[in-house]
Design a protein around this ligand. Structure first.
Ligand code: PMP
Length: 398
């Protein structure tokens, strides 16, 4: 009966996690999946989250269904973080926001909404991008194309090609953008480049869809949202998917949000209704636990402040690892440029290693990174960084 069902080879990044778990090498290092581990190689529970969890647990309360759009405090948390607490666009009630099942859920609901209301739209993603962007949009029935982004030769953005490509797109085509900490390259646009790109988006009446999964890991909470706020200032319609997986270290709770910035309050209400209907048809309503944690941490002034400090602590540790790896590699592999390690932002570094070199790191050293050469810098720590640097130097020699 099911013999016609195709074999699923598994997700390349999640598959790496399983391979890593099964590796008996005592020195193994996981630089594959985009997860932040602390200096002791432990997935942290943030202090602000612990406090929120204690409040939720005492007294233990009933668990009714949440509304389709999630908790009001969760939705407000997304809006304040993305657009700024006092943003005019929020006062004007022009943003329809729902709580979602992680950033992935936000992308899925957004893609379904686009397919329903803009059926002619194609979606363009950066080359390269996080692989699941393509799967999610195609899974919603949308044709996906790629726009030029990363220049392997220089390790920078092919900005002129990018602009020229956007100038060929049609009205209502969707462009999926990474406001900060580009996944997988770590290479971001400058603010001046955002200004120029968004002008083209505006002129050609494209639909920007900004996916922000690492807010706070780049420069700071506000600078990382520059592109989002600029698009709003320009009066663009805008989709934003955001994830709290990384910046609240709440991966398994699946917390995120989808916001759609509309020209008027009346349109925002219509869009909000359709987003709720989209949710109703897929999973009816989001789970409550993670939403309550988001609500408590983000809307309590003291906890919010503590949270920002904790995110910046993670950000700074990653930056320190970048610096250290760069300096060790520079001494071990003279003549090769490792500046990319400190110019790239966020959790990831595109190392430029060949697939063969990445494979050697895995089989000979138990060091796991994605075959496109993406390394999760947040998997490095004081105990493994020399081992990783030596291994990288070794495979780069031949
Ligand atoms: N967008 C990007 C760019 C991501 O890197 C990720 C997570 N790897 C997501 C979205 C999805 O986030 P979540 O895990 O919250 O679904």
């Amino acid at each position: 009966m099911f013999e016609r069902v195709d074999f699923y080879a598994g997700d390349p990044i999640l598959g790496l996690m399983v391979e890593y778990a099964n590796d008996s090498n005592p020195n193994k290092v996981n630089l594959g999946v985009g997860v932040y581990y602390d200096e002791n190689n432990v997935l942290p529970v943030l202090e602000c989250v612990k406090t929120a969890e204690q409040r939720i647990a005492d007294p233990i309360s009933a668990r009714p269904y949440l509304p389709m759009e999630g908790l009001p405090g969760h939705r407000k948390a997304c809006q304040d973080l993305l657009f700024g607490k006092d943003a005019q666009v929020l006062q004007d009630k022009r943003v329809a926001t729902i709580a979602t099942i992680g950033g992935s859920g936000a992308l899925k609901v957004g893609a379904d909404f686009i397919n329903a209301w803009f059926p002619q739209a194609k979606c363009y993603v950066s080359d390269p991008t996080w692989g699941n962007h393509i799967s999610i949009f195609e899974g919603s029935g949308i044709e996906v194309g790629k726009y030029p982004y990363y220049d392997k030769a220089t390790g920078t953005v092919k900005f002129d090609e990018l602009i020229a490509f956007f100038n060929t797109l049609n009205k209502d085509d969707v462009v999926l953008l990474h406001p900060c900490c580009h996944n997988p390259t770590g290479v971001d646009l400058t603010q001046a480049q955002w200004d120029e790109l968004l002008q083209v988006v505006q002129q050609r009446e494209l639909i920007p869809f900004m996916d922000i999964a690492y807010q706070g890991f780049g420069e700071d909470m506000d600078s990382d949202a520059y592109a989002i706020r600029k698009a709003v200032d320009m009066g663009l319609p805008l989709f934003v998917s955001n994830s709290f997986s990384k910046n609240l270290s709440l991966y398994g709770e699946r917390v995120g949000g989808l916001s759609v910035v509309c020209p008027t309050e009346e349109e925002a209400e219509r869009v909000f209704g359709q987003l709720k209907f989209t949710v109703r048809r897929i999973y009816s309503s989001p789970p409550s636990h993670g939403g309550r944690v988001v609500d408590i941490v983000m809307n309590d002034e003291a906890l919010h402040k503590q949270w920002v400090g904790e995110v910046y602590g993670m950000r700074d540790r990653i930056k320190a690892m970048r610096l250290k790896l760069k300096s060790v590699l520079e001494t071990k592999v003279p003549g090769r440029n490792f500046d990319y390690l400190t110019t790239q932002n966020g959790m990831f570094s595109f190392t430029g290693l060949t697939p063969e070199q990445v494979e050697r790191l895995k089989t000979e050293f138990g060091i796991y990174m994605v075959s496109n050469s993406r390394m999760c810098v947040a998997g490095l720590n004081g105990n493994n960084i020399d081992y990783v640097a030596n291994a990288m130097a070794e495979v780069l020699k031949d």
